[in-house]
Design a protein around this ligand. Sequence first.
Ligand code: FES
Ligand code: FES
Length: 211
Amino acid sequence: MPGTGIFELSRRNLLISSAATVAATTVTRGAAAQSGGEIMKHTSSVSLKVNGQVRDLDVDNRTSLLDALREHLHLTGTKKGCDHGQCGACTVLVGGRRINSCLSLAVMHDGDDVTTIEGLGQPGNLHPMQAAFVKFDGFQCGYCTPGQICSSVAVLEEIAANIPSHVTLDLNAQTSVSEGEIRERMSGNICRCGAYSNIVEAIVEVAGTKA
Ligand code: FES
Ligand code: FES
């Protein structure tokens, strides 16, 4: 049949070319998967300075700072409430600033200085804010208390540094330790027991002591 030879040749070339394409694609995909495997490392080494001590950890990249503290370092003073940044129970100090540790990955804090409630003071050697919470009954069940205390310490530092809040009226004057300022700045720390008034009294007491 005329033309069959040309057709057969073209068909043969097509098959060869298809096979070559499949082989090339397979090799490329394999290389991509391999390099992807190297990039997608699921664990990391992280070094935290927690309450003055260097702690080296190997953690899943998805581990929150809260879980690193509680589950890896067994510092269970820091509480997990909502795990969504809404209650403040997990508040710790990082470099002197308060953060919700449930919203922050441990791997983001390599080399950071972290202070938890255990590092603020201990039985017999309480931080002034811890002592004030005891004195003014700033808690009932105590679940929110570590976060409240860490936050309170940071609030007084913020006011001393003249960092304004939403209720600061005069941005040119030194911010005062008023009840309004304290309530606004502590509004991210929820207390189901409703110990708010006593918490404010405790903070005012410490601020007075500091002045
Ligand atoms: Fe982090 Fe509630 S546990 S804000
Ligand atoms: Fe119970 Fe605050 S003391 S939640």
